[in-house]
Structure formats: C-alpha cells, structure tokens
Design a protein around this ligand. Structure first.
Ligand code: ADP
Ligand code: MG
Length: 687
C-alpha cells in the first residue's frame, strides 16, 4: 500500500464507506494518513469528586449510592443517580438507558468519565461513559484519536482503517540527511505518522507533531526560496505611466483614501512604473480597505493598454469582487471591461470568456482557480492580484504568473502576523502595510455570553432585522456528526431552529462549504441584495465577504475557534455606517475559555489579539483550537508553531547554502522528495 492506493483496497471498506470518505476528501491511503486526528481522548488518572473541575472532561472512581430515580418526559426516559467517593457526591443523569438501573450495582465501584457540570453547589455528569475498573486501568494514560467524521462514519471505523493502512504502508525513504535530523531533533517520518494517529503518550504525540509540522514548513519554505530566486529583480516588462483615470476615480469616490491607503497606493504605482517587476504583499487588517487598492492597480494596468487578473480563493468572493467592480464602472464610468471566470460557469460561458480573454477584449479577468486553467490564454497579462492569498499555495501563484510573461504580482492578505514571521512566510515579496482603518467606522460592540443568553440574542437579531439590518450566525459544523453525541451546533439544523424562533417574516438561509458552488453564489447574491435577512453559515464567509448592511455577527461554539479567526469573523460586520454587534456564544463553562474570549473585547487589533491568545494558552495544548483559520497549513500553525517555523527556515537556508542545486549525494532523496512536492503543488489545505 502506498500514497496512491485507493481506500477501497482497505479490508472492510466497500463502496458505501468509500463514498463517505470521499465526503471528507479522503480517496487514497495517503489522504487517510494525512487526515490527522482533530483531538484525542485521554484516559487519565481518575480524580476525587471534590476536585473534579466543572467544564472539563475527567474520570472519577466512585460507588453508586442511594436509590436511582426514574422519570419520563414525553419519549425521554431519564435516570438520575448519585455516586460518592468519600470526598463528595456527584449526580449522574442518563437518557434512554433504563437498563442501567439493573446493571449498575448498589455500592459497586466504577469509573465514570464525562464532562463535569456544576449545578448549584453540587456537581453533575450527563451521559458519562461507564468503565469497569480493570477495563479502565488497561487503557489508562492512552490517547485515543478522534477524527473529523461525517454522518454514517464512526470514529471507531476510521481508527480501524488507519490501523490497517499503517501496517501495510510503504513510506517514502527518509529524505533529510542524518546531520539535519539530529540538529533539528526530528524523529523519522514513519514514527511521526504512527505517533500522530496512535500516540503512546503526550511526549510521543508532541514529537510526532513536531516532525510533521517541520516537514510541512520545510517543503513550503524551500519552494518559496526557489520562487524568490526566480522572481528577484526581474526586469519590468510592463512599465506603466501614471494616467488620469485613477485620479479621476479617486476624486469621485465618496470618501478620501486613508493615509495608509495613500502610502501603499504610491508604493504600488512606483513599482509598476519602476525598473523591476512588482512582487508585493499588501497586509492590512479586515476592513482596512484593500480592495480599492487592487482596483486602482487594475485600472492603471488597463489604462496602459494591458490586461489584469484578480484571483480570489472562493467563488463567493470572486463574484463579490466582480460585482464591486461592475458597481464602480456604472457609477464612475471606469474604462474597464471586466469578465468573470469561475468553475461553476457552463462550458459555453467559459468558452466565451476564454475568447474575450484571448483577444484582449476583456482587460480585467476576475475569478477563482479557473483563471489558471490551461485553456486560459491571455492577450497581454501584466498584473496579477491575488486576494487573501494565504489560501493559495505558492505553486498556484506561480501558475497564474506563468500565464503572462512575468507579470506584476500583488498579493492581499488580512492575516495579522509579526514582521519577523512575514519575512519568512512571504520571503519572496516586498511588504506594504495598511495600518489604519477608515475614520467613519463606529467601533463594534462585543459580548461574550453562555448559551442561556441565546433567547435574548435572537430577540436582538429580530430587532435589527426590523430596523432593516441583516445578521450572520456562524456554526462550526455543516451537519451533525455521528458517533459521540455532538455538542457542536451545525448549520443545517440551526437554520431550521432559527426559522421557528424568529418572526415568520424574517428570511433565514444557510451557507456552507460543501454546497455546490452555484448554490453558494446564489445564496451570497441573495444575501447581498438583502433578499435574505439572517444567514447561518460555517466559516466560509470568513474570507473577505463585504455586505455593509450586516450589523450582527453571532458565533456559536466560539470556544472552538482561534481568536485570530474570531477576529476575522468579526471583520464581516462594522463595514458600513451602522452600529454593529458581535455576540460570541460559548458552551464551555471553563473559566479560561471565557477569559480567552474576553481578549476580543479589549482590542480591535488582529495582531495583538493573536499574540495575547498565544500567551494565555499553555504549551501543552497541542490540538483542539487552531490559532488562525486562514493560513493554509494542514497541521502547522504559524502562531503556535512559530519556533518550528523559524527552525525550518534556518534548515532550508543551511541546505541551500551548502548545496544550492541539491547535487550532493546526501541530498539525493531530498531532491526527489521536493521535486514531487513541487509537482503536486504542495498539499495545502483548502476550504
Ligand atoms: P478589506 O481590507 O477587508 O478587504 P474592503 O476593501 O472590503 O476591506 O473595504 C471595506 C469597506 O470599506 C468597503 O465597503 C469599502 O468601500 C470601504 N472603504 C475602503 N476605503 C475606505 C476609506 N478610505 N474610507 C471609507 N470607507 C472605505
Ligand atoms: Mg478583502
């Protein structure tokens, strides 16, 4: 079995299971091994009831005391019983498990594991898992992986498949030389893959994760350095003169550019008119007004008689940019002839677009990956803008650039990262920062609440809708997962629920990444046109969506998201003249969780927020929450793995310094590995 073996080869996987795996983008043995667990269940040492911390999962070793109490509420059978361990008493509640009354013996000792809740002065566990003492002891201190699932696929089933694949899998030979492995203190790739799926303990997990993160960063940075060599000081083939078009456009806009926008616009103009080809990253917090800068650059390109292209990571965003530009053209008479090119267009529509792009009739092309498909031939591509570029691999950026003869490159990103990291991650680009928000913005009002507040939140949303405003509600999941009873809200059911609790005239719809692109576009268009009032969505809307009439952002299971990501979500409101509100709903009772979320109240500075979050979370927390939702690494996190990122960066420098073409014998395997990685465009997570 190797990377490309279809998962249908796994014993026990039939067509039905294959389809379920396909839903998770798992088609081959390699995909399965790369679908790392999202979390682990630990069978830790039981604690005393008195010390069991509310809000956390733990195990207690205790005896059943007193007579169980049964009741029925409609179809639900509820069984309450007490347990005690000498330090205190805890109440257990079970649903639809009447048989436990008999199987759990009075006075018998068991281990109960579940989430502890506080009720009044007492403590409570609902539906804990029950273990015989020996049974628990046998797996004590083991970490059991928990995978991302889909309806119909259980954690148990995924685990079995992973085990089987691991025992037959042919791993790529080690590609780092011994010196590098030792200097960076890395375990082997095989140990790492085994260790990430079935770690014996936390130490194994930590070193497994470290190797995988290192590899991911190493591949990325290596290809980035190569790219830099290629793009450094390329001659500017398209020296552009300043034209009146951009000044006229600016004079007509209802607002002046901020100082920061003006500064960056000058940098862009100077690049495009200067001796060298532009390679520039524009970094600016959400809402800082990056789109207008792109439009200005594209307008200057068209005015000089060339073509420009703008690539967005999602169709929703591409369509939105297209409409923004159309709006400007209608209002301000810009001399642009834009065309949209996205995957969901029909063959006929696409062919027509190719024609207009090939003939040069369209001087601005806006779209998704479709822009870099082989069939697209440009007449005179001189500028390529990529929005929210962290969603793209370097290779994709290169492909688009190859469409023209070394066109100017402008990359926009809202990811708040410190300069030292930016230099590593975007080493091949010059960096401009839009470090100022437009002045007309009212600060967003935030609140962090628990689930008891929901009813009030719905009332509030209904009130805003009544005033003519719109709202987003974000849920972490698309659909309910099978297996353990999920505490996560999901988009589909939530939208149904909202329809019932909000007044009938409030128009509710949902949006998630697994919908067909055409449906996503339609929903987003309807929302933009205010034909929908409340949009229940996953984080697909996190990237750059701009509907300034939306004033409420409600996030369910906020504890599940990294603060940097919540900050991005918050950036979807407060984009217009109306007062906007953010409601972060946390289902966790943990004190630290609430404290962590409160950071969002203290600041509107994305970078400050990300670094405070990092300070608060201990180094032990390896999984669970990703700091940022938007930097596209599969396992590495540029914030919490900043140290490994720096290490990988130094390792790349060292290897390239000693052997720039990887010609030495000791680097033969590495050369092979990297050329494969380059051909595959490196596997970056995409939404
Ligand atoms: P982002 O930087 O997140 O991509 P956008 O470019 O989408 O932000 O801009 C957000 C909103 O701010 C848009 O509605 C845009 O028209 C508006 N905007 C941009 N620049 C200014 C400015 N200088 N003054 C006022 N509003 C602005
Ligand atoms: Mg944007």
């Amino acid at each position: 079995m190797d990377k490309n073996t279809s998962i249908i080869e796994i014993k026990g996987v039939g067509e039905k299971t294959q389809k379920l795996f396909a839903k998770l983008n798992i088609c081959t043995a390699g995909d399965l091994l790369a679908a790392y667990p999202r979390d682990y269940d630990a069978f830790e040492e039981p604690v005393k009831i008195r010390k069991a911390p509310p809000g956390e999962v733990c195990a207690v070793y205790a005896a059943v005391s007193g007579i169980p109490n049964e009741k029925r509420v409609r179809n639900l059978h509820i069984l309450n019983m007490n347990i005690s361990d000498g330090s205190g008493i805890m109440q257990l509640t079970f649903f639809n498990m009447p048989f436990l009354k008999k199987t759990l013996k009075q006075g018998g000792y068991y281990i109960f594991r579940g989430t502890v809740r506080s009720r009044g002065t007492g403590k409570l566990m609902e539906q804990p898992t029950i273990y015989a003492v020996e049974q628990y002891r046998a797996q004590e201190n083991q970490l059991i992986p928990r995978y991302s699932l889909t309806k119909g696929l259980t954690n148990q089933a995924v685990r079995k498949c992973v085990r089987q694949v691991l025992s037959f899998y042919k791993f790529e030979p080690e590609y780092y030389d011994g010196g590098l492995l030792a200097a960076c203190d890395l375990i082997s790739r095989r140990e790492a893959v085994e260790g990430i799926h079935f770690p014996e303990d936390y130490n194994v997990l930590a070193s497994a994760r470290r190797r995988l993160v290192f590899d991911e960063f190493f591949d990325f940075l290596f290809l980035l350095r190569k790219n830099k060599e290629l793009s450094e000081q390329l001659t500017n083939h398209y020296r552009m003169a300043e034209t009146e078009d951009t000044d006229r456009f600016l004079a007509q806009l209802p607002f002046p550019l901020t100082k920061a926008q003006e500064k960056v616009w000058k940098e862009i103009r100077d690049d495009m008119g200067g001796p060298y080809c532009m390679n520039r990253l524009v970094q600016g917090d959400v809402g800082s007004g990056k789109t207008i800068l792109a439009v200005l650059a594209l307008l200057m390109t068209a005015a000089n008689g060339y073509q420009g292209a703008m690539m967005a990571p999602t169709e929703v965003l591409a369509v939105q940019h297209f409409e923004t530009v159309q709006g400007y053209i209608e209002k301000y008479g810009l001399l642009l002839n834009p065309i949209l090119l996205v995957g969901s267009m029909t063959g006929k529509e696409k062919r027509k677009a190719y024609e207009q792009i090939g003939s040069g009739e369209a001087n601005l092309v806006i779209g998704t990956h479709a822009l870099i498909q082989e069939k697209v031939q440009y007449a005179s591509l001189a500028l390529v803008v990529t929005d929210e570029q962290h969603r793209f691999g370097v290779r994709q950026r290169e492909l688009l650039a190859e469409k023209g003869k070394e066109p100017h490159i402008l990359v926009m990103s809202a990811t708040p990262i410190p300069r030292t990291l930016a230099i590593i991650l975007y080493g091949d680009l010059h960096i401009s920062v839009v470090d100022e928000l437009p002045a007309n913005r009212l600060p967003i009002k935030n609140c962090v609440v628990n689930t008891a507040y929901r009813a009030k939140a719905y009332q509030f949303i209904a009130g805003e809708v009544e005033k003519g405003r719109q709202a987003y509600v974000i849920c972490p999941q698309v659909e309910a997962e099978d297996g353990e009873q999920s505490e996560l809200e999901n988009v589909v059911e939530y939208a149904e629920k909202l329809k019932n609790v909000l007044p009938v005239k409030v128009r509710v719809a949902y949006l998630h990444g697994k919908m067909r692109p055409a449906d996503k576009n339609r929903i987003m268009e309807e929302f933009s046109a205010h034909e929908i009032d409340v949009l229940v969505s996953t984080t697909v809307i996190e990237v750059g969506v701009n509907v300034p009439n939306t004033t409420v952002m409600m996030v369910e299971n906020a504890e599940r998201f990294g603060l940097a990501q919540l900050h991005q979500l918050r950036g979807r409101v407060g984009r217009g003249e109306h007062q906007s509100y953010c409601i972060f709903v946390s289902t966790s009772e943990k004190k630290e969780t609430m404290e962590r979320l409160q950071i969002l109240n203290k600041s509107n500075d994305g970078f400050y927020i990300a670094s405070e979050d990092l300070k608060l979370r201990g180094p032990g927390e390896l999984f669970g929450i990703r700091q940022s939702g938007d930097v596209s690494f599969r396992i590495g996190d540029i914030y919490s793995d900043a140290a490994v990122l720096k290490l990988a960066s130094e390792a790349v420098d060292q290897v390239l310094g000693e052997d720039p073409q990887l010609e030495k014998e000791k680097n033969a395997a590495l050369r092979q590995h990297l050329s494969k990685a380059a051909a595959e465009g490196v596997d970056f997570r995409s939404i």
